[in-house]
Design a protein around this ligand. Structure first.
Ligand SMILES: [Zn+2]
Ligand SMILES: [Zn+2]
Length: 225
């Protein structure tokens, strides 16, 4: 699949100033891919073949079912069911049983939507590092952000070579902003805990009120598929 990268989407996500602009991009990409599977993509041969082979993760099955196209999800579920039924065969001994169980586990761990989203996201993360190198305006925007979730921080570390001649500066900036912002979150979440102490009960919430949910988003595994 050809991955089309929109720099406008990257700029928008960084301008929004959330805890992780890459998560914000991922959400848009995820919604778009899901839309395809819930609508016109349903009847395309290539899409059907992917669904047969990969199925969907629990989250995407639930989202597809919640979408308007119930016939679409029924057709996709039916072909996937046929594929899985084919994999159910008689087994004669524990060794064969384990092998069959491993194959089933493996086939249930894939998702047609997640795999496309991840493919797009690898390209988006690479583009962020290369924009840091090529575009001074974007570099300033990148550096003034609130850091990234740990999952995407790790991915941004991996794509450092895409920052070309600015790789060292990129890595230093990335590290400093991540450290600074994790420490900021730590203070906010401690402020949240203080509110449960009667001595501080009257203290204003400041940035603490939603700090637990923002911290969870920052430290949970945001990679799927
Ligand atoms: Zn993220
Ligand atoms: Zn999925």
């Amino acid at each position: 699949m050809k991955v089309h990268i929109e720099t406008a989407l990257i700029n928008e996500a960084f301008l929004a100033g959330g805890e992780c602009p890459i998560c914000a991009i991922r959400q848009v990409v995820d919604e778009r891919v899901l839309y395809t599977y819930a609508n016109e993509g349903v009847m395309e041969d290539a899409t059907r073949a992917r669904v047969n082979a990969l199925g969907f993760c629990p989250e995407h099955f639930a989202k597809l079912y919640a979408a308007d196209n119930k016939l679409g999800v029924a057709l996709q579920t039916s072909t996937r069911l046929r594929e899985l039924t084919r994999a159910v065969k008689p087994v004669k001994n524990p060794k064969e049983a384990n092998k069959a169980a491993d194959a089933i586990d493996k086939s249930l761990s894939t998702c047609a939507i997640c795999s496309i989203v991840e493919e797009h996201m690898s390209r988006y993360v690479e583009t962020v590092a290369s924009l840091f190198h090529k575009n001074a305006e974007f570099r300033a925007l990148f550096s003034s952000g609130k850091g990234f979730c740990m999952t995407h921080y790790a991915e941004l570390l991996r794509v450092a070579p895409k920052a070309g001649g600015d790789t060292a500066l990129y890595l230093q900036t990335l590290y400093e902003m991540q450290k600074r912002n994790l420490e900021r979150l730590q203070e906010e979440i401690l402020g949240f805990c203080d509110k449960f102490d009667y001595r501080y009960a009257d203290r204003p919430w400041g940035n603490s009120k939603d700090s637990v949910i923002r911290t969870i988003a920052k430290i949970k595994n945001n990679k799927k598929g």
